[in-house]
Every structure is written in C-alpha cells, then in structure tokens.
Design a protein around this ligand. Structure first.
Ligand SMILES: Nc1ncnc2c1ncn2[C@@H]1O[C@H](COP(=O)(O)OP(=O)(O)O)[C@@H](O)[C@H]1O
Ligand SMILES: [Mg+2]
Length: 518
C-alpha cells in the first residue's frame, strides 16, 4: 500500500494556533479559559487540539485528555473516566475510588429498572470528578482537552459543565472539539454553560490554497505542479480529504516527479472522500480488508482481543492480517487499542458493507462478546445495531444494560430503555408506557419529565468569585518563593453546596422507569 507519511507540521492554522497559545498564556492569570474548536470531520480539530496539548506539556502544565467514541455514547462517564485515567488499577486512590463508583452497577439481570430523580450515585460521581479536577488544578496549571464532544455520554457532558463552574477561578484551560452535528440537547446545554463562562469558539474552515499546496508538498516531498493541485482541489481544503486523495494517487502510481516537480498522470479520481478512501483501501490484501470490515463493526477503536473474539481468529493471525493496515496508516496503535486513523476511514468501510451483512456482523459480534462476558453495554450496543423488530435477545440486553447504567447515569438508562421499547411490539404488555411520565401521569411507570435530561441540575455559569476563597496567590506553585502557605479548604466545598441543595430538594421525588421491562 502506498505510504502516506503524516504531515510533519500543521499548516494554515496560524490564527487558531495563536488563539490557543494565548489561551494557555491566560491559564497563568488564574481564570478558567475555555476554547471550543468546531468544524466538519477531517478539517483538523484533533490536530489543533493535539498541538495545543503538546504546547501545554512543554510549558510544564498538567494535561488531562480523552476523546468520545460514537459507539460508547452509553458508557456512563466514559469520556471523563478515560481522560482522568480512572481505573480500578490506578495507583492514585482518588482515581481508583472514582472507578469503584463507576463499577457500582444496578442489578443486571432482574428487578425493575429504576431511574430516580434522586441523583444519588450520579451526583457523587460528578462531585468526585469535580474534587479530582479541583485538586489537580490546585497543585499546578491544568489543561483539560476533550475531543469529539458530539459523541460524549450525557454524564460526562454534565460533569464538564459542573467542573467548569467549580474551576472558574483556578489556573485551568478547557479545550473541547466538536462537529456541528450530531447536536444532542446535553451538548447544547454544555455549550450554553461554557459560553456563559466566556468560552471562545474557533470555527475551522477549509485550508487556504497556500496551506493545501504546502500540505501536498510536505506529504510527497516535492513541489506540486498545477495539474496535481487541480486534482487535489476536489478535496475542498479538507486536510483529511487532501491526504487521502494523495494516498490514492500514490497508490495508483499516478504521481510522477520530474526535476523536483510532482505532476499527476491523466486520471479521474472518484469525486467523494468515501470513494477515495475505498479506492486506497482496495489495494490491501483480502484478509486485511476482511479484518478492517470486522473492526469497523466495533467502532472507531477496538482492542485486538475484542477483534479476535468477534472474528474467532487468534491474536497472532490478526497481527499478520492487520500489519499492512498499520503500515498503510489506516489503523494507528495508541498503546492499548487500535484506532482507525480517522473516523471517516472507519465510516467509509462500515458504510460499504451491505445493510444486511452489517446487521448480521453486529449480531454475531454481540453474541460472541456476550459469550466471553463482555460488559452488558457493549453487548447491548452490538445486538441493538443488529436487531430486527421484536428481537428478544437485543431487548433483553438493552434492558440489562439500562439496569446497570441506571445508578450512575439515569439519562443513559432512559435512552437504552427507549431503544428497547422501540424494538418491542406496541401491543406487548411488558412495554413501558413511555408517554405517561411526559404527561405527568402515572408517575410510577414510564419516564419522569425531570429525570429524562439531567437528574442533576445544570449549572448556569461560573460561580461567583469567592470573597476570601482560593486565589492565585494561595496556590503553592503560583506563590513567590517564601510566601505563606495557603489555608487549604476542603476540596469540593463551594459549588457542592449549591448542587447539593437542589439534590436534596429532589431527593423525595422518585420515579420508576420501565418497571416490568424484561
Ligand atoms: N492544518 C493541518 N496541517 C497538516 N495536516 C493536517 C492539518 N489539519 C489536519 N491535518 C491532518 O488531517 C487529518 C485529519 O485531521 P483531524 O485533526 O483528525 O480532523 P478532525 O479532528 O477535524 O476530524 C489528520 O491526519 C491530520 O494530521
Ligand atoms: Mg478528530
């Protein structure tokens, strides 16, 4: 497969890079700085975020970063748990404690699915993330970078809103990337909260011609001629499209360099990014393509073990099958997981599967993952994507996943149950009465109006600057040498009171969702 070298430098984003650099400068001034990088897929959001985080690390700042995944929108707090490294094996007791909270599942296989407007565990988890972020920020400047917010789970979005309020006067930058779509209500709310807190938007548009020229020159290590540039103009300044087009041209052996100038042979390339990607991939061996198709069923990233389970192949066989996909930069290895170099590459492979094959592969993946004891959420997601109407197996696993998610993320549980309900026969007596809660009737069955979106209150904006709270001068690393030690207050005090009040007001209101769902 034609080699597609990563572009060595970021081109044509000088103004945006400057704005992000200034945001990091402002972190030192002790007010939360929020930047939202918005733009279509492939336009360069992740690249800019990575550059900014690299800059932050170079300045000695703490960096916490994570990215949301399309198939993991139902993992409660999934984005933030990954970003803060909250695993049960974490040597940091604060992180391990959060992992333990997240591992507190509802009863998976029996009993009612209870979604309560008493935030309970969800509240404690949001608060624990707030405490952790606050403690980190007190120990030194902190940059939180979150990518692909359009796919973030609702609990992570709520937590980011709460955290942004709690960190309002600490040395913190929050940088988020998002596509204009999909735009769920929780993301709108988060953006509203962040805007009220002074967020600045960076809207990424097409790269200018000069930057495209330089990107092509960097990638092929030669000066591009007018014919090649005209061919690349089809990419409309989208850097992912530019690099995929170049990859396809290199693959076809269509670029000739004479006297340091690269030109393209007479050739009509497919007009869309999807077809361009597929054309580039078509040069891979059959079994590599087969593995990529199976991988696309698992999402934008996956572990080799998951793929080995769903394909019923050994890890050794897979490593041989995937080697070329890695050298051809279709996949990247990020340590624990393999990841499609870009979601659009995964999407192209996924969308190329006939619908019935796609559904069959999802169903088989779900069944095989269930066979090795994978998490109910992962099994349910796969089975739901492969389900036909009245598919009892998928409905059962969605209900089980909803039960497990309910304590930490009522929103996720409600969404999972919605999906189960849509698969059920409308005449099924076990079908929960979805409309009842919305209409405010039959409060013990169906979805309560308030618990649907955020059983915790969404913060309205930054909390008031504390009169005698922590200030920059209180922070050990911001103090001049020999300064007085700060009087540490309990982490989390402050915003907690406001949230807790609302929490307690709600505590008496209980509602039940899908009491008798299978
Ligand atoms: N300004 C740029 N200069 C050079 N390469 C870029 C630039 N922006 C993006 N790229 C490359 O284009 C591809 C897509 O960019 P990415 O940041 O992943 O897009 P997004 O996150 O918006 O979907 C990546 O391989 C990235 O390295
Ligand atoms: Mg991205």
């Amino acid at each position: 497969m034609g080699m597609l070298a990563p572009a060595p430098r970021t081109l044509g984003r000088e103004a945006e890079a400057r704005a992000l650099g200034e945001a990091l400068d402002r972190v030192a001034s002790g007010a939360l700085t929020i930047m939202l990088i918005e733009g279509e897929a492939g336009i360069g959001k992740t690249r800019l975020l990575q550059d900014a985080l690299q800059d932050a690390r170079g300045r000695g700042m703490q960096v916490v970063t994570g990215r949301a995944e399309e198939l993991e929108r139902t993992r409660p707090f999934g984005l933030l748990a990954a970003a803060f490294g909250c695993a049960s094996s974490s040597p940091d007791p604060r992180r391990a404690a959060i992992a333990a909270l997240l591992a507190t599942h509802g009863r998976g296989d029996q009993g009612p699915i209870t979604v309560t407007s008493d935030p309970g565990l969800q509240f404690r988890t949001v608060d624990a993330f707030g405490d952790l972020a606050e403690e980190l920020a007190v120990s030194g400047p902190l940059v939180i970078g979150v990518d692909d917010l359009q796919w973030a789970d609702p609990s992570s979005l709520l937590t980011l809103a709460t955290v942004s309020r709690r960190l309002a006067y600490l040395h913190v930058a929050l940088i988020g990337c998002l596509r204009p779509a999909p735009r769920v209500a929780e993301l709108d709310r988060l953006c509203g909260v962040l805007e009220a807190a002074g967020a600045r938007h960076l809207a990424l548009t097409a790269l200018a011609d000069r930057a495209v020229h330089d990107l092509v020159a960097d990638t092929i290590a030669a000066d591009p001629g007018p014919g090649l540039l005209a061919e690349i103009a089809g990419a409309a300044g989208n850097p992912l499209f530019v690099t995929e087009l170049l990859g396809a041209l290199l693959q076809e052996g269509a670029i000739r360099t004479v006297g340091g100038r690269a030109e393209v042979a007479e050739l009509a390339l497919p007009p869309t990014l999807r077809l361009t990607i597929l054309r580039r991939l078509s040069f891979l061996p059959d079994d590599t393509l087969q593995a990529l198709r199976a991988a696309s069923i698992l999402g934008s990233s996956f572990t080799v073990t998951e793929l080995s389970v769903t394909m019923a192949r050994t890890v050794l066989e897979l490593s041989r099958m995937l080697a070329e996909a890695i050298t051809g930069r279709v996949l990247e290895d990020d340590g624990d997981r393999l990841r499609f170099r870009h979601d659009l590459i995964r999407d192209a492979i996924y969308a190329d599967l006939p619908g019935s094959v796609r559904r069959g592969l999802h169903r088989e993946a779900g069944q095989r993952l269930a066979g090795v004891g994978a998490a109910a959420l992962q099994v349910a997601e796969q089975l739901a994507r492969g389900a036909r109407r009245e598919d009892a197996e998928a409905i059962g696993w969605l209900a089980r996943a909803a039960r497990e998610a309910a304590p930490t993320s009522p929103d996720v549980a409600a969404d999972l149950l919605d999906r189960a309900t849509r698969l059920m026969n409308p005449a099924d007596p076990g079908r929960p009465h979805q409309a009842a809660g919305r209409a405010g009737q039959q409060p013990d069955v169906g979805r309560p109006r308030r618990s649907r979106r955020g059983s915790l209150p969404w913060p309205a904006g930054p909390r008031p600057r504390p009169e005698r709270g922590r200030t920059r001068a209180d922070l050990p690393w911001a103090r001049p040498a020999g300064g007085r030690a700060p009087a540490r207050r309990a982490p989390g005090a402050g915003a907690r009171g406001a949230v807790l009040g609302a929490h307690q007001r709600r505590a008496s209101k209980r509602a039940w969702l899908g009491k008798h769902c299978p």
